[in-house]
Design a protein around this ligand. Structure first.
Ligand code: NJP
Length: 241
């Protein structure tokens, strides 16, 4: 039987590319996200299983994990990728609805899915939790406040999880990308394509496939090797943005 990889937020961008990369590496991939049509399209292209998932909804997470347990009976790799930014406001002008969404999807979403899959990951005998954080977890920047707060939280979560799991057969890795060309900026600027495009500002961004290749590399290291943290930036990117 193939090892099983679960990828959250697999309907576009880094998640979709990671699903493809892990499928190419021999995993049976379970893809989770909210947009059923896009998710089904990606899943059929990579030969994986699409299962509806909203990481902000505990009942949805429980149903998702029940499907993994019942249909496949195992989980070897979890890629916590579902996430994103909303708005670019300051602390002084924080839109707390946007901040709440960022915290719920990035931080609590990662906790919900990790917590529910942990028994299967431990049972695998060589489980891996790979979480997509951000350069925004390493560096505060103007316009980043809410996203900084959320992704610093995600980084802390990944690091404490590794400590908690010492002595268990589970590896924990945080991959922090810089600028990646996906739907990320369009979501952040609520559909304003002009603002979204301005983010790149003369920099050639990473592609989703660049990050997915790193996910695949981390997942395929030998069982005794724990790659803790990776920061990957676009060459010409001076800082977080
Ligand atoms: O963006 P995008 P990326 N439940 O918008 C899903 C981080 N990152 O690939 O639910 C379940 O194409 C959404 O699916 P859907 C970023 O913070 C990026 O760039 O169908 N899934 C979609 O598949 C994030 O953690 C950049 O709408 C939910 C996916 O998430 C990760 O990379 C820089 C969901 C987002 O795909 C992937 O983002 C950086 C929910 N409640 C970090 N809500 C960058 N692109 O520049 C959303 O530092 N999704």
């Amino acid at each position: 039987p193939h090892p099983v990889a679960v990828v959250t937020g697999a309907s576009s961008g880094i998640g979709a590319a990671s699903a493809r990369a892990l499928s190419d590496a021999g995993y049976h991939v379970v893809l989770g996200a909210r947009r059923a049509d896009k998710l089904a399209e990606v899943a059929s292209a990579v030969g994986g299983t699409a299962v509806a998932l909203d990481v902000t909804d505990q009942a949805s997470v429980d149903a998702f994990v029940a499907r993994v347990r019942e249909d496949l009976g195992r989980c070897d790799v979890l890629v916590n990728n579902a996430g994103g930014a909303l708005g670019a406001d300051s602390v002084a002008e924080a839109n707390l609805d946007d901040w709440q969404w960022m915290y719920d999807v990035n931080v609590l979403g990662t906790v919900r899915v990790t917590q529910a899959l942990l028994p299967l990951l431990i049972g695998s005998g060589d489980g891996q939790v790979i979480t997509i954080g951000s350069v925004a977890a390493r560096e505060a920047y103007e316009g980043g406040a809410g996203y900084n707060a959320a992704k610093f939280g995600v980084a802390a979560l990944s690091r404490v999880l590794r400590i908690e799991l010492l002595g268990q057969p589970v590896r924990v890795c945080e991959i922090d990308p810089g600028m990646v060309e996906t739907e990320f900026s369009l979501v952040r600027f609520k559909g304003d394509a002009q603002k979204a495009a301005a983010v790149y500002d003369g920099v050639t961004p990473l592609s989703a496939e660049d990050v997915a290749e790193t996910v695949r590399w981390v997942a395929t290291r030998p069982a005794h090797v724990n790659i803790d943290q990776i920061l990957m930036l676009a060459r010409d990117q001076s800082s977080a943005k």
